[in-house]
Design a protein around this ligand. Structure first.
Ligand SMILES: Cc1cc2nc3c(=O)[nH]c(=O)nc-3n(C[C@H](O)[C@H](O)[C@H](O)COP(=O)(O)O)c2cc1C
Length: 197
C-alpha cells in the first residue's frame, strides 16, 4: 500500500496552515540543513515532461541587505520624490525575514508541454515551500509586491522572454499563530459533476 498510513499530525498542520505576514517574521530562520530539506521537498512538485520549469534564488544573511540597496536605488528612480522613510523601507524589505526565496517560472517555449502547465508547476513550488516550511516548524509568506513586476529588478534575475518571477517566499519564525482568515465558502466552489442532459 502506498502511502502506508495517514499522517494525522501533518494533515492537521496543513489543514490549519496560515501565512504569516513578512513583517511578523523573525529569527530563527531555517539553518542550512533545514533550508536544504525545505528546498528539496519544495521542488518535489508535479512537473509534466520532467522539464523542471523553475529556478530558485536564495537570500540569506548579508544578501538581503545587498539586494535591499538595489531595491532602494530602483525605488528612487521610479519615485524621485521618495522620502527617507520609504527609501529605508525598501532597503530593509528583505530584512523582514531571515530567508527569502525567489521562485522563477522558467518555461520551454514551443514545447509539447503547454507553457500554462509549466507555469502551474512553478506555482506548485511556491505552495510546496509554504507547506514544507510549515511542516519543518517555520512560518512563511508568498509575496509578489512591486519588484516582481519591475523590469529592472527582473533584469537582475536575468528574466528571459519565457520566464516570470512567481514570487518571493519569505521564511522565518512567528511569535504566535495568526488569526484565521476569511475564506471562500467551499460549498460555493465545490460541486458534484452534473452530467449534461
Ligand atoms: C502569487 C501570489 C502573490 C501574492 N502577493 C502578495 C503581496 O504582494 N502582498 C500581500 O499582502 N499578499 C500577497 N499574497 C497573499 C499572501 O501570500 C497570502 O495569501 C495571504 O497572506 C493569506 O495567506 P494564507 O491563506 O496562506 O494564510 C500573494 C499570494 C499569491 C498566491
Amino acid at each position: 500500500m502506498y502511502p502506508d498510513r495517514p499522517l494525522s499530525e501533518a494533515f492537521e498542520r496543513i489543514s490549519s496552515r496560515r501565512s504569516v505576514k513578512a513583517m511578523d517574521l523573525q529569527e530563527p530562520g531555517p539553518d542550512t540543513e533545514a533550508l536544504n530539506s525545505i528546498l528539496d521537498s519544495a521542488l518535489r512538485v508535479p512537473d509534466h515532461g520532467k522539464l523542471g520549469p523553475w529556478r530558485l534564488v536564495v537570500f540569506q544573511h548579508e544578501d538581503r541587505a545587498d539586494f535591499g540597496h538595489l531595491l532602494a536605488a530602483r525605488w528612487q528612480v521610479l519615485n524621485p520624490d521618495a522620502n527617507e522613510a520609504q527609501i529605508r523601507f525598501e532597503q530593509n524589505r528583505f530584512m523582514r525575514a531571515p530567508t527569502v526565496i525567489a521562485v522563477i517560472s522558467e518555461r520551454q517555449a514551443g514545447h509539447k508541454i503547454p507553457e500554462w502547465e509549466q507555469i502551474l508547476s512553478a506555482g506548485a513550488v511556491c505552495q510546496n515551500l509554504l507547506v514544507a516550511a510549515s511542516l519543518a516548524g517555520f512560518a512563511a509568506q508568498w509575496l509578489t509586491e512591486w519588484y516582481t513586476y519591475d523590469e529592472y529588478i527582473q533584469s537582475l534575475f536575468k528574466i528571459g522572454d519565457h520566464e516570470d518571477i512567481a514570487g518571493f517566499v519569505y521564511l522565518g519564525s512567528a511569535n504566535k499563530k495568526p488569526d484565521e482568515r476569511a475564506r471562500p465558502d467551499n460549498q460555493t466552489r465545490i460541486q458534484r459533476w452534473q452530467q449534461p442532459g
